[in-house]
Design a binder for this molecule. Structure first.
Ligand SMILES: Nc1ncnc2c1ncn2[C@@H]1O[C@H](COP(=O)(O)OP(=O)(O)OP(=O)(O)O)[C@@H](O)[C@H]1O
Length: 387
């Protein structure tokens, strides 16, 4: 629907030149979102796919295994949009104490992202609401180390920013002036929790993501936090019992369409085109996540059966295998620590897995060896290769 511009401009001065900063109208859209039969069907299909994802994540023998791996995959993908080049293996290596170094700056950012996500999840599980305070908390963790640490971690910005272009004057888009950020974010917070505005949670997540990106409340990391916001709204709204839906791959694949639709909301008021794009992404992403979970379960079952067939050597190998399902990259020291095994037993178990072709030593060194569960990593890595 063409509503016209969904906000107003305010003149501001930044970097020595005048700019017109955009202040979005508070949500929900006016007139309300149009639910044509086709759009309602899209919503239904997205919900069905999310329901399948939720049920599989609850039925998995160990849901936290999937969460650990999937969160890291998301961290890699979302940070790639930001421009990092780290792979999933770089991140897992970095998180392995005592493993030989992975490229530093990029991997720190990816690791921060995983930590920010886990920080938010922990707070929600403790019963904190999804508030601006929590969002700032996640941002604080996201920019805590590395390149972004000088860009006001955990604080809304106090200066004018802009998107696209080399300076504010030729920017693609200028978000609200700093003194408007607090008010815009407070209105967004109210919308997220407003039971009077009875939009389905999924639609709320769609609308809130755009609004957040338009406000651009932080100096850096707005894309990454805005992508996390979607998963957290769905989790808090009870659509997903674990925050397991991450649209980063979808946004990465359709990046120019994604940016175009954000602008179309702002300047033409076309929320419907954005919602359609978003719902398609939800359906596709949730369906893929279900398939990934199913393939991991099948892989674990098949490999566990092979380990069991080892006879006498099976006991120690199975203990090591269990740890590998938690962490697909491992040092022997880490195995000992996690499984409570002695070094010789861990070595024996790992050797058995190597002989079966389940793991591969990747350093070629004699000390500090690292073992990779290749087939597990390959499933997680699909689509997550550096661009
Ligand atoms: N017109 C636009 N063109 C491009 N991006 C836009 C536009 N409007 C809003 N954005 C948002 O800005 C985000 C980038 O903001 P910022 O650089 O602060 O975040 P980031 O997390 O550091 O980067 P990224 O999103 O690239 O990972 C994009 O992800 C997108 O959501």
């Amino acid at each position: 629907m063409h509503r016209g511009i969904t906000g107003h401009y305010e003149a501001n001065h930044t970097v020595g030149e005048p700019v017109r900063a955009f202040i979005p109208d508070p949500l929900p859209p006016e007139p309300p979102l149009e639910f044509t039969p086709a759009r309602s069907l899209r919503l239904e299909r997205a919900h069905l796919a999310l329901g399948r994802l939720d049920s599989i994540s609850l039925l998995l023998p160990e849901p936290n295994l999937f969460l650990y791996a999937y969160v890291r995959r998301e961290a890699v993908l979302s940070s790639q949009i930001e421009g990092t080049q780290s792979s999933l293996s770089d991140l897992l290596l970095f998180e392995l104490e005592g493993a030989p170094g992975a490229p530093f700056d990029d991997v720190v950012e990816v690791s921060n992202y995983a930590a920010a996500l886990e920080h938010g999840m922990a707070r929600l599980q403790e019963g904190f609401p999804l508030s601006n305070r929590l969002i700032r908390g996640m941002h604080g963790v996201l920019l805590s180390r590395g390149r972004g640490s000088g860009k006001a971690p955990g604080e809304f910005r106090r200066s004018q920013n802009w998107i696209g272009g080399t300076r504010p004057g030729n920017a693609q888009f200028v978000p609200p002036p700093p003194h408007r950020v607090e008010g815009c974010m407070a209105a967004l917070e109210r919308f997220i929790h407003d039971e009077e505005a009875p939009y389905p949670t999924l639609i709320k997540a769609a609308l809130a993501h755009v609004q957040f990106e338009t406000i651009h409340p932080f100096l850096d990391g707005n894309g990454r936090i805005g992508r996390l916001l979607i998963a957290f709204i769905l989790h808090e709204g009870g659509v997903l019992s674990r925050p397991l839906l991450y649209l980063s791959l979808y946004f990465k694949r359709h990046r120019s369409e994604y940016y175009r639709l954000l602008d179309r909301v702002r300047f033409e008021g076309d929320w419907e085109a954005w919602v359609d794009f978003f719902l398609e992404g939800v359906e596709e992403t949730a369906t893929n996540a279900v398939q990934t979970a199913q393939r991991l379960v099948a892989l674990f079952k098949e490999d566990a059966a092979r380990v069991q067939s080892l006879g006498r050597a099976a006991a120690s190998a199975l203990r090591v295998f269990d740890i590998l399902r938690e962490r697909p990259l491992l040092t022997l020291g880490e195995v000992c620590q996690r499984a409570g095994l002695t070094f010789p037993t861990a070595t024996k178990g790992m050797k058995a897995l190597e002989t079966l072709g389940i793991v591969r030593e990747i350093t070629g060194a004699r000390r500090g060896r690292v073992f990779a569960y290749d087939r597990y990593l390959a499933i997680l890595n699909e689509g997550a290769e550096p661009i």
